[in-house]
Write a protein that binds this ligand. Structure first.
Ligand code: SF4
Ligand code: SF4
Ligand code: SF4
Length: 269
């Protein structure tokens, strides 16, 4: 079966935020409600599942869940609220979520957010418009359809990897020779090509190539999660938290400060 994927080409993005608006509309996420610790309203939030990071050099970088091929968030969820679909998108069932926030701690990209304005806060993130595509209501994610420059496109992962390589090979002077998401943490379904480093999107070089939950995922698949999820899952969580702290200490004073502070604020969201 083919794996659904998204390829975002940073060189084509004009920062119009049509993708952000389309996502908000189709998912009825409501108005942005920035918390006092947020540096800007354009951070990911429970009401903003995709966003555009604006760099001073006029680069616009789309941020969203990477839909990991072996997602750490799925492996640590003690009640199975997060699920990896056979087609690739990582989705969740808000009715099962108990608000433990393990997924927030485990995600190497700092993606999941919570609806803190609700009395019972639940996890929120991009779901690649899974159900609506599955039901045949739409043919591609709303954010993709809304993009006027085709900076972000949808398709089969292998085909998009080939397209990414083609662009790099045809214009080697334009792109960095790397497809972000091809191998990191076992590969992701959201891929990037770019003319600038995307380390600030948590793609730093120390990300392992093998899946993060590899040491615990097989066990968790076979044993009731409620009993083992917390203990075993936290082993992987420890590695990620430790790495994040290391990167934040190292990154102090860099130009990507606002994105880092966004990630560091997650523990509050
Ligand atoms: S990017 Fe984070 S939230 Fe998205 S699938 Fe991967 S681990 Fe889960
Ligand atoms: S794929 Fe769907 S849920 Fe994800 S950012 Fe795009 S519109 Fe939003
Ligand atoms: S709609 Fe396309 S061009 Fe506009 S911000 Fe989103 S990805 Fe960039």
């Amino acid at each position: 079966m083919s794996t659904w994927a998204i390829l975002t080409d940073i060189t084509k993005c004009i920062g119009c935020e049509n993708c952000v608006a389309a996502c908000k509309e189709i998912n009825h996420t409501g108005k942005d409600q920035p918390w006092r610790w947020q540096k800007s309203i354009d951070s990911l939030s429970a009401a903003r599942w995709t966003t555009i990071i604006k760099k001073p050099d006029h680069h616009f970088i789309r941020q969203q869940c990477r839909h990991c091929l072996s997602p750490a968030c799925v492996s640590v969820c003690p009640v199975g609220a997060l699920k990896k679909t056979p087609e690739g998108p990582v989705i969740y069932d808000p009715k099962l979520c108990i608000g433990c926030r393990y997924c927030m701690m485990s995600c190497p990209f700092g993606i999941p957010r919570y609806t803190w304005s609700d009395p019972t806060p639940y996890v929120r993130k991009c779901i690649m418009c899974y159900q609506k595509i599955k039901n045949g209501e739409i043919k591609e994610p709303a954010c993709i359809k809304a993009c006027p420059t085709h900076a972000t496109i949808f398709g089969d992962r292998d085909a998009l990897l080939a397209e990414a390589r083609k662009r790099i090979n045809e214009k080697p002077g334009r792109y960095i020779n790397r497809v972000w998401g091809e191998h990191e943490v076992g590969g992701t379904s959201v891929l990037y090509v770019s003319d600038i480093s995307l380390d600030f999107l948590s793609w730093e070089k120390d990300l392992p190539q093998e899946p993060l939950p590899g040491r615990v995922f097989d066990v968790l698949e076979k044993v009731p999660k409620i009993f083992v999820g917390m203990g075993l899952g936290m082993y992987g969580v420890y590695w990620i938290i430790e790495r994040r702290e290391r990167l934040m200490n190292k990154g102090a004073g860099k130009s990507d400060k606002s994105d880092r502070s966004d990630k560091s604020d997650q523990s509050k969201r």
